[in-house]
Ligand binder design. Sequence first.
Ligand code: ADP
Ligand code: LRH
Length: 471
Amino acid sequence: MTGVFAAVDLGASSGRVVTGRLGGGELTLDVVHRFPNEPVRVGVTRNSEGTLHWDILSLYRGVVEGLRKAGPVRSIGIDSWAVDYGLIDSSGALLGNPVHYRDARTDGIAGRVKDLYEVCGLQTLPFNTVYQLLAARETPQYEVAARLLMIPDLLAYWLTGEIGAEYTNASTTGLLDVRTREWSSSLIDELGLRGDLLPPVRHPGSVIGTYRGTPVIAVGSHDTASAVVAVPATGRDFAYISCGTWSLVGLELDRPVLSAASRAANFTNEGGVDSTIRYLRNVMGLWPLQECLREWGSPDLPQLLEAAASEPGLAFVVDLDDPVFMPPGTGAGSTSMEGRLRKLAGLPADAGRATLVRCILDSLALAQRRAVRQARELAGRTVSVVHLVGGGARNELLCQLTADACGLPVLAGPVEATAIGNLLVQARAVGVVDGGLGALRALVRETQRIVRYEPGVSDEAWAAAAARVGR
Ligand code: ADP
Ligand code: LRH
């Protein structure tokens, strides 16, 4: 028995609707619609820089257009990036445009709030939903809101009229108890936030409602949770890197690690599909490269990567986890992404774009090496292979550098892991495929293109580069 399913997958760099035919050992994909995700800065509300918003209506148009192109399907699943939300009023109207997690409204807030790790197990990222809510709580929108809906839950609401908070994405808010997997009312009260805004938690595999007669099914609606479902691993001794705008680097565990060392290393315990824990760290990912490309007017990426591959390795490295790289590039000079990178890397003025791109990729591989090593040590696990999934798997240079830096084989692919994880959870929910994560991953392994990169022999150069960035 086979069926066709539609995955809506919104990444920070683009959105897509992917149909997948699954069942009887088959898993074939078709990206039926791809659309840009371009945030918008609006200058009137807060300060001279204004506020950075997601263009949520344009994204919704992309979703609806994609579903139209998908044609008849057994069901629909939606995932997106984490932490961001929309507020709706008691009539269901959206109150304002959702704010982008890279907006500066949360600057400094995390440092003023008590440590939440013991309860929620989350790494402190300045933009975790909890800090966004603390930044928003004196606004009229927050005061009159009836519900908070995370981005995939908001889109599902617009498609079905049903309200809920999908668990894997709720786990990125900072307000979910990592042990009970429910909202932590004590934490919410202690922070003076409105618990009544938070809808009941729903779990991957449950039916949300229908869109024009087609069931909409809750999947791992946090894109990283869906990506991890589709990591084509055998056994347990693997690390994964979900590599796109961000690199999410870590392990799949049965229970959270909440040790002092884990907290100090800022490792997160996010909720995964089938009650797993995604034990990982956010590494800056391909974001700095994306921003440089934007600033350069979108030159051909494969050509630039080819040129970067001919550059000397590890000549210039930066600590890519430096928060200075978090905000979008604004204008020219030292505030542009290129300017920030050149300054921190100490690039000579005549260094060209290929040198800069090589610097970004060497630095990313170095940061990924650090996170894989730390995850392994903090969780006390053996890692014999690194799976790299997402758009970064198309970057052969990055895959090879990651294998070299980690001193481990890298298995790269699938590129559309997030959409595949989304599709698999739907197909399992309606009974077209069955089994646990192991069985789902076997299907990915048997049907998708996966490329193996062997590590180079010497670790010395990487260890020296790590020392140079001081980490
Ligand atoms: P997100 O879900 O965060 O939007 P993706 O998983 O779609 O991210 O990955 C986007 C990244 O994939 C881009 O930043 C780019 O670096 C990389 N990428 C896309 N196409 C190519 C390509 N042809 N060669 C190398 N890298 C690519
Ligand atoms: C990746 C991602 C990541 C979050 C970030 C906000 O797309 O969901 O897991 O930390 O976006």
